[in-house]
Design a protein around this ligand. Structure first.
Ligand code: GSH
Length: 221
């Protein structure tokens, strides 16, 4: 069963004071952080492995996972936050996807308040200089995808692995694949996001979604 903490602002905000999303509750155990979640799922369900079997390939795949998760993912969020903080209408529509107008209005009001902006700017250290650095690093992350690609079309070895999953899913907003499981509102035009459209890694992200985006568990609550 999959549960969304958003839109459930008080619960999500309280949670985010302590940790990040996603979170997996499994047999009474709470696992925070996607790296640890996948680790546990690999242990329990080895038949659908995301870690390559070969020792060297596994190390390589985990290195790439670490890079996209701990660097590129944060760069993408930072740039998106900074670009979108002037657009509370889109952000409220985005985070309330699938919910009614009333919820959306509440979010819009919250996001327009100066304290919520101050909180976000402080918590995520959002500055124009930081965003400029992250824009450069995002392009490097896309270049890294093309540089690492193997003849198989995957980042490591001959099969889909944790490396492909992490890179494609964290950078999805640059590619907006048609297989996204939500009916998101159309993103506002952003010259920066647009500037990537010719990058070959964008097609790679779309292709990974087309081939590997499985059916998703229904969201409850
Ligand atoms: N390394 C973490 C990063 C997760 C992360 O930053 N998640 C974002 C949402 S996509 C988050 O929870 N941000 C809330 C916060 O940092 O307060 C993971 O892979 O789980």
């Amino acid at each position: 069963m999959r549960r969304s903490l958003l839109p459930n602002m008080p619960r999500a905000m309280l949670f985010s004071l302590r940790g990040t999303l996603p979170v997996l509750d499994l047999d009474g155990q709470r696992i925070v952080d996607s790296t640890r979640i996948v680790e546990e799922l690999e242990r329990r369900y080895p038949e659908r492995a995301l870690y390559p079997e070969d020792e060297q390939e596994r190390r390589r795949a985990l290195e790439l996972e670490e890079f996209f998760d701990e660097q590129a993912g944060h760069d993408l969020r930072r740039v998106a936050f900074v670009e979108l903080r002037e657009d509370p209408d889109f952000v409220s529509a985005f985070i309330t996807t699938g919910r009614g107008q009333a919820t959306r209005r509440i979010y819009r009001t919250l996001l327009r308040s100066s304290w919520s902006m101050a909180y976000a700017n402080r918590r995520y250290r959002l500055t124009a200089e930081g965003a400029a650095r992250s824009r450069v690093k995002l392009r490097e992350a896309l270049d890294r995808i093309t540089a690492e690609l193997q003849p198989s079309g995957y980042l490591v070895g001959s099969a889909f692995s944790i490396a492909d999953l992490t890179a494609a899913s964290l950078l999805f907003p640059l590619a907006w694949p048609t297989e996204l499981q939500y009916d998101y509102p159309e993103a506002p035009d952003s010259p920066f996001m647009h500037s990537f459209q010719e990058h070959p890694a964008i097609d790679w992200i779309r292709d990974i979604y087309a081939r590997h985006r499985g059916a998703t568990a229904e969201i409850v609550g």
